[in-house]
Design a protein around this ligand. Structure first.
Ligand code: PLP
Ligand code: SF4
Length: 369
């Protein structure tokens, strides 16, 4: 490895403006050593690879928190016993292609399976990729018909793949079709594009997202360094259309598995007017074990943030229960059952008895009599 740590831009100069999409391109960019290429070709046959120039420029070393997220690794060929191709059970919940329906009031609409980059830890890695999974006109019409026929659906979550990889015309057509359904009050877009390829968020694309329905964007980022000036400008183009932006992240070994890294990430979000929404426990997709952080450690990391960062920077630490049973918060918890009544833990670890919880509620008792 001969890459310079100090001048990542110079290293990429031979490939200006090109997304790195295969192993030879990664070797040429100095991101993988030539002797690792044969094994990585096996990985590349199984899982898509893409690193857009804006994201590649952030990589200082292949094993840094940016490089780890997107550079293929031989370890992806090792599938652990608990890992599954469909870790959160989406396939069984798909009534028609492009729709996933798990909760009564909301449904996913996946208009395409293309992403600006391919995360090595992706929970949909068996499905996403550059050449496939764009719903054609007829399939999109059937998916929209399904949503039209289900008045209990109040919120449609556009995901994929990445909906902001669509052309402004195609995205605009989907948003217009959804806003014509009276029962759809809320539209959500899940996207990695604002940090992965911010130049794609043109005014035209942002205009296509504008609607009189409640539109929310949930952007995916895992490290503070992803919040470049270009990414922040892309977010501003979305926010300028009266669209609030939330953040979702995955807790990842080597990327953000320290209190300092999480603090930096969530502070960067808040400073970009992005409210941290979910910190996901890693879903057990095939070949992702190198990113696993145990739940007990995740809870300790989050507890380390409590009291230290603004409450605005606090996400819900969330597990999507393997097998399709839904998302649940993982704590940390501050209320504990004590010997003589409940105690509550303060951010510094001190325990306090909660007299009010064990005392009879006199006011209520009086009212009932
Ligand atoms: C994650 C997910 C949602 C959205 O869940 P929220 O908790 O509302 O963010 C909806 N449907 C499916 C199938 C999901 O996996
Ligand atoms: S952007 Fe999302 S869907 Fe696409 S590869 Fe990354 S985690 Fe998977």
């Amino acid at each position: 490895m001969t890459r310079s740590v100090n001048h990542p831009q110079d290293d990429f100069a031979p490939l200006p403006g090109r997304t790195l999409r295969d192993i030879p391109a990664l070797v040429a960019a100095g991101l993988v050593p030539p002797d690792a290429a044969p094994a990585l070709e096996d990985v590349a046959r199984q899982y898509a690879t893409a690193i857009p120039p804006a994201f590649a420029a952030l990589i200082e070393r292949p094993d840094d928190p940016i490089g780890l997220q997107v550079i293929p690794d031989e370890a992806e060929l090792a599938v652990a016993a608990h890992e599954r191709a469909d870790p959160i059970g989406d396939d069984a919940l798909s009534p028609v292609p492009g729709i996933v329906h798990r909760y009564a009031d909301r449904a996913l609409l996946k208009p395409l399976l293309v992403c600006p980059l391919y995360c090595r830890f992706c929970f949909r890695r068996e499905h996403v990729g550059p050449d496939g999974g764009v719903l054609d006109d007829a399939a999109l019409a059937r998916a929209l018909d399904w949503l039209r026929d289900h008045p209990a659906i109040r919120e449609v979550i556009l995901t994929g793949g990445d909906p902001l990889m669509l052309s402004p015309r195609r995205l605009g057509a989907i948003v217009r079709a959804l806003e014509a359904m009276p029962h759809v009050t809320t539209i959500r877009i899940h996207s990695r594009v604002p940090v992965a390829d911010p130049a794609r968020i043109t005014d035209e694309l942002a205009d296509a997202m504008q609607t009189d329905r409640a539109m929310w964007v949930v952007m995916h980022a895992n490290h503070a360094r992803e919040f470049t000036p270009a990414a922040r400008a892309a977010l501003r183009r979305i926010q300028a259309r009266a669209i609030p932006v939330l953040g979702q992240s995955v807790l990842l070994r080597g990327v953000n598995d320290s209190v300092a890294a999480l603090e930096g990430l969530f502070r960067a979000m808040v400073e970009a007017r992005v409210k941290p929404y979910y910190l996901h426990q890693l879903d057990p997709a095939p070949g992702t074990a190198r990113f696993h952080v145990p739940i007990a450690e995740g809870r300790r990391l989050l507890a380390g943030l409590r009291g230290r960062v603004t409450g605005l920077a606090w996400p819900t630490y969330t597990l999507d229960i393997p097998g399709g049973h839904g998302k649940v918060p993982l704590g940390p918890d501050y209320l504990e059952a004590g010997e003589d009544g409940p105690t509550v833990r303060d951010p510094a670890g001190g325990r306090h008895k909660l007299a009010s919880e064990s005392a009879p509620n006199l006011a209520l008792g009086a009212r009932e009599r």
